[in-house]
Design a protein around this ligand. Structure first.
Ligand SMILES: [Zn+2]
Length: 132
């Protein structure tokens, strides 16, 4: 995310657990405190696991952990439930008035060239931004 007018740039890691911990809401509070404004902030969804690959059985314990704020992010079809991290994050951005949102459209589950913890197991990612 960036706000050219305010001279701000940031990264938000929107995993299920961090979204559950309200990382977007907390980041936007700090963003606004530092001068970021909804009208001049651009947000980009980077490659991430999307609902096509974030699938649970109806009996999954993960589903028991999700609060009501996840309801719009869940899709149910024939006993299979998929989760959209994007929908959950969008809800948080929209509720704070941030609407200039773009999307890479890339699912890391569909493309094996990307790391996916549930597929590739037990490792961690590192993200960095280099400014010139
Ligand atoms: Zn996918």
């Amino acid at each position: 995310m960036r706000d050219k007018a305010a001279g701000l740039m940031g990264l938000v890691h929107g995993s299920r657990m961090s979204l559950d911990g309200k990382i977007v809401e907390q980041t936007l509070s700090q963003w606004v405190d530092m001068g970021g404004k909804p009208r001049t902030t651009e947000i980009l969804f980077a490659p991430h696991v999307r609902s096509c690959c974030y699938v649970f059985s109806a009996k999954s314990p993960v589903l028991q952990q999700l609060g009501p704020e996840w309801e719009d992010a869940l899709n149910r079809l024939n006993g299979v439930i998929s989760l959209s991290l994007k929908v959950r994050a969008l809800t948080a951005y929209y509720s704070r008035g941030f609407y200039d949102i773009h999307d890479s459209g890339i699912c890391v589950g569909c493309q094996e060239k990307f790391f996916l913890n549930s597929r590739d197991g037990g490792q961690r990612n590192l993200a960095a931004v280099w400014l010139r």
